[in-house]
Structure formats: C-alpha cells, structure tokens
Design a binder for this molecule. Structure first.
Ligand code: C2O
Length: 549
C-alpha cells in the first residue's frame, strides 16, 4: 500500500461563470478541486492551508475513518475550524472501500465551490468485479451561485427564510450549453468506441437531488458510495446530494457526440426545462472533431423525468442490491432500535428579532429537526474533544430514541411539533452494538426527499416505503439477504427508510441531512461511540496540529 501526500491551498480566486468573474473560494486554483486517486489500502496525508478569509474544514465524505475520527472534518463536531492563516493535516487510511467518494468543505456553505472527487481503485493488483473499463471519468454534479454562497446562507439565517436557489446546475463545474455565456466551456466526457467506459457520478450539489442521464446510452450501475452493487441497467439515475453512483457505459452507438444531462428531482420550483438542465458532451474518441462550432450537428438533449417523478426514483432505488449475499454483514438482530423523525419546522418570530421581519411562511422562521431536536453546533470546542476529554456542558446525551409524542407523518400534526427545541444532543452507542434506525419524513410544512448521511460508517438500507412506517407490517419487507451498503440514504418523499449498522468505530459521528440548508436549520444529531473500554480516553489522542477554538 502507498502513502499519498497532498497540499490543499484554500483561497479566493477568479472564476468566470454565467458571464461574470467571481472571486470564489477554491482549492489549489482549481474548480472543482483536485481529484485524489488511491488504491484500497492506501494512506492519504492532506495538508490543508487556509488562505481564505473564512473558517474552513475538509470532510472526506464516506471514508470510514476507522479510529481516525479526528480526520473526519465536520466543524465543531470532530475539530474546531481551520482559521484564516491556519493549517491542519488530515491523515487517514482507506480500508475495505472501493469505488467513488469525494471530499468537501464542512463549514457554512463553502462546499459550493470547495469539493472534489476521491477515487478508490481496487487493492494493488486486484481486479474490478467487472470487465476493466478502458476509460474512467469522474462526473461531479454541482450548483452554482452568482452571489457569494456564504452571503446567501447568512442572509437566510438572518431572516429565517429559505435561501435563494442556485443560478445553475453544473457538471464538473460547468453549467453547459443551455446557460448563458457557458457553451464554450461545456465539459467533454471522452469515451472509446466499442469499449466499456466507467463514469463515476457524484452529486455534490448543495441542496438539490438530481436526475442524470446520457442520450442514447444505457447505464449499468456497478457501485454506489464506494461499495459494489449487483449490476443493473437503467437509462436514468437519481442521486441525492452526497451520493455517488458508478456506471458502465458501452461505446456501442455510432461514433458522434451525445448529451450528458442532469436536472432537478423535487425542485422547490418547477422551472422550465432549459433553465434547469446542465449538460456535458459525451464524445467518442473516434468521432471526427468538428472544424468549427457551426459545422457540428447539434446533439439532442435526452429526456429526463419530471421534477416530481417519484415513481422513477422508487424503481431506481429499489434496484440496488449487494453483489454477494455471502459477504453481507447486515445484523440479523439489533441491540438498539431507534426511530428518528426528519423534517422541517416553523418557529415563531422572536419579538426582539432585529429590524427585519421573519421571512419564513406567515412571518415565521424555518427550522428543521430530528425527533424534534433542532441540532445546534457548539462554538468553543468540538464535540469529539469534549467527549474524549470529558469536558462538561458542551453536549448532552439525551437525544431521544423515539419521537417525543405520537406523530402522524402526514404533516397534519399539532402545531407544538412544528416548533422543535434547539439543543446539542448526542445518542450513546455501546461499542459493537447492532443498530437499526427508522428514518421517517414528517412532511411537516413540506414533504421532501431527505438525503441522510452518517459519518464514520456505511450502513445497509434494508427497506424503504411511503406513508407512516408500520412496525408490525413493514418489518416483513426487510431485506436481510442482499441489501445495499451506502453512506447516504435518500429517504423517500412522504416516506421512510430503515438502515442497520454495527457501531464498530469509536468517536463522535454526525448524522445529518445533506441538503445543506437543512443542516443550518438543525436537521442533524450525533452518535457517540465508545471503544468498549471506558467513557473517557475512549479514542486515540488528537493530532498535535488539531485546530483549537
Ligand atoms: Cu458530505 Cu457531513 O457530509
């Protein structure tokens, strides 16, 4: 196994998008940031140098971080932020994971422009479980704001309203042909004619689940979130923010140029087609390049499902299976049976709330919660430090295992449940305990597809469905044979999902909605996992350069 050393300089640089030059916070002058490529078993050492005017941390999304929780990255959870002028070196080993992950800032909304791919090839000398692709391309779906994303979220937090939506969706940082001033920079995705090619699709968008398709080509899904899946063929993918999907694509069409396209699932607005679709060009290497722009035959934009096409999403998500039932380690019995509601809420406008009227619906402020606890980050020490050193007063461990009151998840519930209390609450898990979590959309205010991401773990998704989870009849739907292993589950809109994992990684691990605005509103909680020896000093001591608050 190898050790890869990298330096990430986080700094404002000019980025030209949608007819204007923006001073964007990016890494090493690149947008998207550098792609990291490793083999399963390799070690990464990444020194992050903060030359921006904002606090920053980097999270290695989906990396299990076995006993290296200090390198996980969410600010005020596993570390204090790297201050402007500061640096921190993340050290961790990839063990047992193969496929596509990514890295992103985990401070405010910096991840709008601070993100990149993390590609994990098989162990040195080991094969893929499918024919070796001739060519591999990472495809990062994103969202672009003309305004400074930090200002967008600050304004939303100040007023209590919903943040402004992005100005473009992007593929590898580029909006593509349908957006103004963008067509000269449309991304080219090369493939080889007559060969198998691998596309590693990542949804890095801040707040938007996205459909993804390639004109005239079938996509064979072979992996997701750095776990292999039993191959299945589809013409469209749906990825919630945080999720990745690896697909094989055969160069079996007449050599030419075809559109790659992505657009919104569950968009807040049903915007017209052309304004909400980002495109790239799939280009056959053997296709003659057109001499001039005008000479090329215009490729055709492929159809994508409608923004509310949940049936397509359900069929897609139910196609995921683990490839080898014999290697599936899903616990058959559980020690912890948890039930977490996830959803929005509306808080009353505080009487002394500045000059601005609250901008949420009917003069309220938006909020969000799990089990009616709206998660608040500490600001003077990280939760992991407080846990490891036994510092009192930073968090409490009374996060409820069940919803506080009888809930009806149709959204038609008592107004008291619309106003969650704020708190920094964790839930303790005994090392090695077998955990089941039912994640139930409350549909309060608005039903949504919430991409729920757990740090430090992969989990099996053993069931999903619509309406209220029914503990008597829905258990019959549990797949304990070949459920998919993921780090982010797109919980069905107006529905539920059930996940299982074994608490074998000591530390403080945040679980949150990967729609970034929902983190700001509190849709998060923290699992505290000891190492089986004792409460304190239950994990390794922190690295010497760990930023302090
Ligand atoms: Cu990809 Cu906590 O995040």
């Amino acid at each position: 196994a190898e050790t890869h050393e990298h330096e990430f300089v986080v700094q404002a640089k000019p980025v030209n998008r949608l007819c204007n030059i923006h001073n964007s916070i990016i890494v090493n002058g690149q947008f998207p940031g550098p792609t990291l490529e490793v083999n399963n078993g390799d070690t990464l050492i990444v020194k992050v140098i903060n030359k921006a005017q904002y606090n920053v941390t980097i999270h290695w999304h989906g990396v299990r971080q076995m006993r290296t929780g200090w390198a996980d990255g969410p600010e005020f959870v596993t570390q204090c932020p790297i201050r402007p002028g500061g640096s921190f070196t993340y050290r961790f080993t990839i063990s047992g994971q193969e496929g596509t992950l990514w890295w992103h800032a985990h401070s405010s909304w910096l991840r709008a422009t601070v993100y990149g791919a993390l590609i994990i090839h098989p162990r040195e000398g080991a094969p893929y479980p499918f024919a070796k692709p001739k060519r591999e391309t990472a495809i990062l779906l994103g969202e672009w704001w003309d305004a400074n994303p930090i200002d967008v979220v600050r304004e939303a937090t100040r007023t209590g309203g919903a943040p402004n939506v992005s100005d473009a969706y992007t593929i590898n940082g580029q909006p593509g042909d349908l957006y103004k001033c963008s067509s000269n920079d449309t991304v080219i995705v090369p493939i080889d004619s007559g060969e198998t090619n691998l596309l590693r699709v990542i949804n890095a968008a801040l707040n938007q689940p996205l459909f993804f398709t390639v004109a005239n080509h079938k996509l064979t899904v072979v992996g997701a979130d750095a776990s292999y899946t039993k191959p299945f063929t589809t013409s469209v993918l749906m990825l919630g923010p945080g999720q990745t999907t690896d697909v094989l694509i055969n160069g079996d069409q007449p050599p030419s140029r075809y559109y790659v396209a992505a657009r919104a699932y569950q968009s807040a607005q049903n915007a017209p087609f052309d304004n909400t679709t980002t495109t790239a060009i799939l280009e056959y290497k053997s296709a003659p390049r057109p001499a001039t722009k005008g000479a090329q035959t215009k490729p055709v934009i492929p159809p994508l499902p409608a923004y509310n096409d949940t049936a397509t999403v359900t069929a897609f998500s139910k196609s995921f299976r683990s490839p080898n039932p014999r290697e599936v380690l899903v616990p058959k019995e559980v020690d912890e049976s948890l039930f977490f509601t996830i959803g929005l809420g509306l808080n009353k406008c505080p009487p002394n709330f500045g000059a601005s009227r609250c901008q949420g619906p009917n003069g309220t402020r938006f909020t969000a919660s799990m089990n009616n606890v709206s998660f608040a980050l500490p600001n003077n020490v990280s939760i992991l430090q407080a846990y490891q050193q036994g510092i009192p007063g930073v968090f409490t461990t009374d996060f409820p295992a069940n919803p506080p009151l009888k809930f009806d998840f149709t959204g038609n519930v008592s107004r008291s449940l619309w106003q969650p209390a704020s708190g920094t609450k964790g839930y303790k898990l005994k090392y090695g305990s077998r955990v089941q979590v039912v994640l139930q959309d409350t549909s309060i205010f608005t039903p949504e597809n919430h991409p729920i991401h757990l740090h430090g773990y992969d989990f099996y998704i053993i069931a999903e469905g619509f309406g209220n989870f029914n503990s008597k009849k829905d258990t019959a739907k549990f797949n304990l044979v070949d459920p998919p292993l993921r780090n982010t589950v797109a919980v069905p809109v107006n529905g539920w999902a059930v996940i299982r994992f074994v608490a074998d990684n000591p530390g403080a691990w945040i679980m949150h909605c990967h729609l970034d605005v929902h983190i700001n509103w509190g849709l998060a909680m923290v699992f505290l996992v000891d190492n089986g020896v004792g409460e304190l000093q239950s994990i390794e001591t922190p690295p010497e350069d760990l930023p302090l608050c």
